[in-house]
Design a protein around this ligand. Structure first.
Ligand code: NAP
Length: 255
């Protein structure tokens, strides 16, 4: 990964932050994007201290096309050649049934998980294509393979990401650009706290009674996929905790 430039969206927490750490350790330079600037600044300082990593932090909301466009068009010259885009920024909000659905939640999930990913990809791909190399990693989900109760719109956004990964693989054939879709099962991050709007107790319960994945577990897989030789493209990865067979079968021990 030496001298490679990795652009990570949603780098301020969870899987994105773990990707930043693992790619930093592997010698890459990083562009870190999220809305919480103070988290990025701290991460960037920590990575510099620990690994001597060069990084560029961007406070941006991926839902806002104009902001994303401005950020990408104004990247300093030395940060313009992106080797890898990790489309990770994403979230779930609520678990209401469709008939009780909260429009604001639906819009936030659709705008972040689908449209944000599309904006980033659309803006960065032309340059990758011009250079004849690049790699897009889309963090989708097990929720993009199965619909679970209350998952409705979140699952729909992740089914969409999966479809987009497949579409990208088709459209980019012959350009030298690789695409990898990553579907994690249960990973302990801020994800559930965000889903339950700051209810820490409720969020904690999601990860009790079994060993969930960590952000690092996913980051290691992403690093593996991205560091294959140019002629090898890992298209699709499903990774779950050993205790999770699918969204409905989880070996949870009650105490
Ligand atoms: P997390 O800890 O809550 O991290 C989410 C990241 O996305 C944060 O850095 C957040 O940063 C960023 N983000 C959210 N909305 C954004 C926006 N509008 N603009 C820019 N950045 C935004 O959750 P995570 O588990 O690491 O989730 C990362 C990805 O993995 C998501 O796409 C999620 O759907 C997927 N995933 C998670 C799990 C799981 O069990 N945790 C399983 C499968 C898939 P700011 O708040 O600072 O903007």
């Amino acid at each position: 990964m030496k001298f490679k430039t990795i652009f990570i969206t949603g780098a301020s927490a969870g899987i994105g932050q773990a990707c930043a750490e693992i790619f930093a350790e592997a010698g890459a330079r990083l562009i870190l994007l999220a809305r919480r600037r103070e988290k990025l600044i701290k991460l960037s300082a920590d990575l510099l201290k620990k690994f001597g990593t060069e990084s560029f932090s961007i406070e941006c909301d991926v839902r806002n096309f104009k902001s994303v466009e401005k950020v990408i068009n104004n990247l300093p010259q030395e940060w313009k050649n992106i080797d890898v885009l990790i489309n990770n920024a994403g979230l779930a909000r609520g678990i209401e049934k469709i008939q009780d659905g909260v429009l604001e939640n639906w819009e936030e999930m659709i705008d972040t998980n689908i449209k944000g990913l599309l904006y980033m990809t659309r803006l960065l791909l032309p340059d990758m294509i011009k250079r004849g190399e690049g790699h897009i990693v889309n963090i989708a989900s097990l929720a993009g393979r199965y619909v679970y109760p209350g998952g409705n719109v979140y699952c729909a956004t992740k089914f969409a990401v999966k479809a987009l990964s497949e579409g990208m693989i088709i459209d980019l054939n012959g350009t030298g650009i690789k695409v990898t879709n990553v579907d994690p099962g249960l990973v302990e991050t801020e994800f559930s706290e965000v889903r339950f709007r700051g209810d820490k107790e409720r969020a904690k319960k999601i990860y009790e009674g079994y060993t969930p994945l960590t952000g690092k577990d996913i980051a290691e897989i992403v690093l593996f996929a991205v560091s294959r030789p140019q002629h090898v493209m890992i298209q699709d990865i499903l990774i779950t905790p050993t205790d999770q067979a699918n969204p409905y079968i989880l070996n949870k021990k009650s105490n």
